[in-house]
Design a protein around this ligand. Structure first.
Ligand code: HPA
Length: 277
């Protein structure tokens, strides 16, 4: 990357910070958590809006990459208590965006002073004990892309440990299974072949998707705590009958949104609790 490219990018981040600060004023400076909501998982942002949150379309924010993927609304929502920013949808590498653009939203959150980023995604289950509707807290990752991203995502063990306790917390509408496992990011845009899934399985990968890692690495390197959560929407290709398509993924994600939202709001309560100690 050239110095000019990096300068332009920093300028864009600065313009986006200025735009959002002007638009939301003090409300934004109080936010300490951000959540990136993946395919079909936008319900927590809708809930925050119903409760009186503020909203801004990605298209209004300077430098922000839009997403054309179904199930990604493409907007930023600030929760009514001003503690959490929800990013409803993300730009993907497989849409043709550079990694700078893919990581822009997360880097913007870091520039705004966010301390914890929760990244969520829809993923195909490879671990035979996983069922559609289960959650998986990401405790390790592989990145099968033809670019080098960074050395290591330092998974925050304390966040994982606390989040795992939520499974047994009162307040979840129905029982929700929360695993911990490793996530492999493939570059997409096609789903994996059954042969690739067999390879991933033999390596010990638990779930596979096409996002999450670049933005996590980008902000972990800036000192933000990162917690990744996969919503298992399907058995990965070749592990169940028939071909897989995005409408099935969106439909299953939509069907588990209530449980996911309930779980996420308990996680946010837990994170907010840390700030009021
Ligand atoms: N593979 C890759 N990405 C995905 C999948 C999958 O099976 N399901 C949801 N996103």
């Amino acid at each position: 990357m050239t110095a000019t490219a990096s300068l332009c990018d920093n300028d864009q981040i600065r313009s986006a910070v200025e735009f959002l600060s002007e638009r939301f004023g003090d409300r934004l400076s109080c936010c300490h958590n951000a959540v990136i909501l993946g395919s079909g998982l936008g319900q927590p942002a809708e809930d925050a809006l119903i409760r009186g949150g503020d909203v801004c379309d990605y298209s209004e924010i300077p430098g922000f990459a839009a997403t054309a993927v179904v199930g990604h609304r493409g907007r930023l929502v600030i929760a009514p208590d001003s503690a959490t920013v929800y990013l409803q949808g993300r730009a993907h590498y497989y849409e043709g965006y550079s990694l700078r653009r893919v990581t822009f939203a997360a880097r913007l959150m870091s520039a705004l002073g966010i301390q914890t980023l929760v990244v969520t995604n829809a993923a195909g289950g490879i671990n035979p004990s996983y069922r559609p509707g289960d959650l998986m807290l990401i405790n390790g990752h592989w990145t099968f892309m033809h670019v080098r991203l960074a050395d290591q995502l330092s998974v925050n063990r304390r966040l994982l440990w606390n989040a795992q306790l939520i499974e047994t917390a009162a307040g979840l509408p129905t029982s929700l299974i929360v695993h911990q496992g490793s996530y492999a990011m493939m570059s997409g845009p096609c789903y994996e072949t059954p042969a690739e899934v067999r390879m991933l399985s033999s390596l010990g990968v638990d779930a596979v998707g096409m996002s999450t890692i670049p933005e996590s690495l980008a902000v972990a390197a800036r000192g933000v705590r990162v917690m990744g959560v996969s919503c298992i929407t399907n058995a990965a290709c070749g592990l169940a009958d028939g071909p897989l398509d995005h409408s099935e993924v969106s439909e299953v994600a939509g069907g588990i949104e209530d449980r996911f939202s309930a779980w996420l709001s308990l996680l946010i309560d837990q994170l907010n609790g840390e700030h009021t100690l």
